[in-house]
Design a protein around this ligand. Structure first.
Ligand SMILES: [Fe+2]
Ligand SMILES: [Fe+2]
Length: 308
């Protein structure tokens, strides 16, 4: 394991405070180091200390994201059916919903602009399969089974070609949009992945993660439809478009399962968890809305060709 010691110095810490991008790159390293399979090494003690320091930075980031939505989340009802009604209203009125970015992508963006968008999105993708796997640890039976079904779909139901992660990878390859250098990625996109990984990895945020992943299932289809239009308009088809085509429909089913088999049973047993689930959902949607706004700003700097 190699973590750059510069992340731990006071100078680096103050730079993080001043630079959201540096913080998100540090958290990207944290998530890679603690989730990627490794081997024993002699400096494991130093590694643990490094990870602990980075985890503190992560905790500050997650708590500041949580504070931003806490008041709104506190208004969510605690009774299970009223709560899911509140949750589903986020599809229409939640942060980032129906952002004009997606009409722009669908109708006017150039190939280069679509490529840039996909590059950002792929870099901010934390791996939904792993997030589900981490979130289901020690959950009660019904939510655990629902997350297992969801995970199995992510795994292509046992068929490599149907696995969602590699499917997204094939789109990135087709577009030559596989960013290896985080300097090319806006911090807002990195923050989405770091937020989801932080919520899923740290068990104090288990219920937040359940809410955040549910919000992804709830809101992905409307955006996926627009992205399919964008990809097809710039000349992509088949395998390359399959990831977004699939998510424009399968997530409708995933949401229903998440709602009925994960959220409802949890809240029926423990209604006091409603604000945690609501915070997680809002944290994810706010982080998404922040990327859409930044993407629009960046894309407006390279004018799209006139509509044909
Ligand atoms: Fe998926
Ligand atoms: Fe899904």
């Amino acid at each position: 394991m190699t973590i750059q010691p510069s992340y731990l110095t006071d100078t680096a810490r103050s730079r993080h405070a001043a630079s959201p991008h540096a913080l998100q790159v540090a958290l990207l390293h944290l998530n890679r180091e603690r989730l990627t399979p490794g081997t024993p090494c002699d400096d494991w003690r130093e590694d643990i200390l490094c990870l602990a320091q980075l985890s503190l930075r992560e905790g500050e980031f997650l708590e500041s994201e949580r504070r931003a939505v806490a008041q709104q989340a506190a208004e969510a009802p605690r009774e299970a059916s009223a709560f899911v009604h509140w949750f589903e209203s986020l599809r229409e009125h939640g942060p980032g919903q129906f952002d004009p970015l997606f009409d722009f992508l669908a109708e006017r963006a150039s190939l280069e602009q679509v490529r840039w968008f996909v590059e950002q999105e792929v870099a901010g993708e934390a791996g939904f399969d792993d997030l589900v796997a981490l979130t289901q640890l020690r959950l009660p039976e019904r939510p655990k089974l629902e997350l297992a079904r969801n995970y199995w779909d992510e795994m292509g139901r046992g068929k490599p070609l149907g696995m969602h992660g590699p499917m997204l990878g094939r789109l990135a390859e087709a577009l030559d949009a596989c960013a290896s250098d985080p300097c090319r990625i806006v911090w807002e996109a990195l923050a989405v992945g770091n937020l989801l990984a932080g919520l899923a990895y740290n068990r104090r945020y288990a219920w937040h993660s359940l809410g955040a992943l549910g919000a992804v299932e709830l809101t992905a289809p409307t955006r996926a439809v627009k992205v399919v239009q964008a990809l097809e308009r710039v000349g992509l088809d088949g395998e390359a478009v399959h990831y977004f085509k699939l998510h424009s429909t399968i997530d409708l089913v995933h949401w229903q399962g998440w709602r009925d088999e994960a959220l409802v049973p949890v809240l029926a047993e423990q209604p006091e968890l409603a604000p945690m689930i609501a915070e997680g959902a809002l944290m994810r949607l706010v982080a998404g809305a922040r990327t859409f706004e930044r993407y629009r700003r960046e894309l407006s700097r390279t004018p799209a060709p006139a509509r044909s």
